[in-house]
Design a protein around this ligand. Structure first.
Ligand code: FMN
Length: 449
């Protein structure tokens, strides 16, 4: 497997061109300093922090001091948007006993959380980040109390190769129907806490995303696209009841799973792994037309199975049969196809971190070419929380603190340990990595994080 070794941008571009991987690179990053309007909010740059689960909640699911630290560093680092990590909306849908969970009982702590993040950005940069709360049900990957308790949309042999489930795990229509209102309630909690928006999450193999490929599920949540997207649409509808000029509803949507039909969404029906974005385009168009959603974030892949599709890497649990630059290119060209089909939708892209210090010129190129409107940075925001300010004030990411896509943060999150950058933030996370290394030998052979 070829690792990232490019001496300069010209070398990187040459390799991408040899691979036929389209990557847009701008001459400079000026365009990233331009503002963007989301509803009544003016965001002063095109850069954001992506949702990154940190497995560091207090026992009641509220943010700990370590959670505060992560978000305050990103707010001080200049991200105009901070899109929170997955916050569970029900106890049985939690990905682990240290995943964030929001409810009436711990709301005060979330109020303090939002207040402190906004204050930090305002004090350091003169603006508070636009704060999105990602509301989630982990579905197949539910692990309350760190005990696997899958809640699945349908039997999926591709996913079950890596995570066991049986018929008893299939969520009933009644269970799904009551979740619609739970998503609505999560919006009210997010609003009361002080978030600017709620994301009804539908990506990365979690419950709402898995439903999108439930082609063969009987009943009101399977079969037609209308049925498969019913929970997403009705969850959004329930959340919309709380929308006003200060609070918006959005969605992080996976437009391609990387699994073959009929076990993946956004894939060709010819049995290949080629993306077919006909349905994702239809869905985004409906989000705009029927639900009045004005901005979304797009992503791809299922990080438990097709990790390389979600976050192209140099080091991981398996060797993908494609080059990482091909993965980055699949994302940006896919996002651009959606943007072209639904131009009125403000689209945030994902997945730039593989490109290290060139992620800035890449993002600028993508915005310049109208492929996306802004970008959320994931692993790189763990490694270098100041990336946005470096771009805004110096024109480029400094480069000495970039993510090296070593997979350390991915290992920590799957081990339910506090998660961050084990290389650039070693003093805080190095110890957890050592613990993980000792425990690794007990993991199943086909384990994929
Ligand atoms: C440790 C870790 C935790 C993540 N947690 C979330 C999450 O809570 N919600 C989500 O939508 N995506 C999550 N992601 C995916 C990232 O948001 C992002 O899409 C992915 O890392 C690719 O972006 P990058 O190349 O900038 O890292 C996570 C990724 C990692 C590595």
């Amino acid at each position: 497997m070829e690792r990232f070794h490019y001496g300069d941008l010209a070398e990187l571009k040459k390799r991408a061109s040899e691979l036929n991987a389209y990557l847009p690179f701008a001459e400079d990053t000026g365009i990233l300093k331009t503002g963007i309007r989301i509803g009544d909010h003016i965001l002063c740059n095109r850069l954001g922090t992506a949702p990154m689960e940190g497995a560091d909640s207090l026992p009641d699911g509220s943010p700990s001091e370590l959670t505060f630290r992560r978000y305050i560093r990103n707010a001080e680092g200049g991200s105009a948007v901070i899109w929170s990590e997955a916050i569970s909306i029900v106890p049985e849908g939690r990905s682990g006993s240290t995943q964030l969970l929001i409810n009436d009982e711990n709301l005060d702590r979330y109020k303090l959380f939002c207040e402190r993040i906004k204050e930090a950005g305002l004090k350091k940069n003169g603006y508070a980040p636009f704060l999105v709360m990602q509301a989630n049900h982990s579905g197949r990957y539910s692990n309350p109390g760190n005990v696997p308790s899958p809640v699945i949309a349908y039997r999926n042999p591709v996913y079950e190769e890596f995570r066991a489930a049986d018929d008893s795990c299939i969520a009933s229509d009644d269970y799904l129907m009551q979740l619609e209102e739970r998503f609505g309630e999560s919006a009210l909690l997010a609003k009361k806490a002080g978030f600017d928006a709620v994301d009804i999450k539908a990506c990365h193999g979690y419950l709402l995303m898995e439903l999108l490929s439930a082609y063969e599920r009987p009943g009101r949540y399977g079969g037609s696209l209308e049925n498969r997207s019913r929970l997403l649409m009705n969850g959004i509808g329930a959340a919309k009841a709380y929308e006003d000029s200060d609070f918006m509803v959005t969605c992080r949507l996976g437009i391609y799973d990387g699994a073959r039909y009929p076990f993946g969404f956004g894939v060709s029906k010819d049995g290949s792994l080629d993306p077919d974005l006909t349905e994702p385009k239809e869905l985004v168009s409906r989000l705009s037309r029927e639900q009045g959603i004005g901005f979304i974030c797009l992503t791809m892949g299922n990080p438990y199975v097709t990790t390389h599709v979600t976050r192209p890497f140099d080091k991981g649990k398996y060797e993908p049969d494609e080059h990482p630059l091909t993965g980055v290119s699949r994302m940006i060209t896919g996002f651009a196809e959606i943007k072209k089909a639904v131009p009125e939708m403000i689209i945030y892209g994902s997945g730039p971190s593989y490109l290290r210090q060139y992620a800035d010129l890449y993002t600028a190129g993508a915005v310049q070419e109208g492929m996306i409107d802004g970008m959320l940075f994931g692993r790189l925001s763990f490694a270098d929380p100041d990336f946005a300010n470096e771009i805004i004030t110096q024109g480029r990411i400094a480069g000495d603190n970039v993510c090296i896509t070593c997979g350390g943060c991915g290992d920590l999150i799957r081990a339910h340990k506090p998660t961050g950058c084990v290389i650039r933030d070693r003093d805080v996370y190095g110890g957890y990595m050592k613990e993980f290394a000792l425990e690794k030998k007990d993991l199943p052979k086909n384990y994929r994080g």
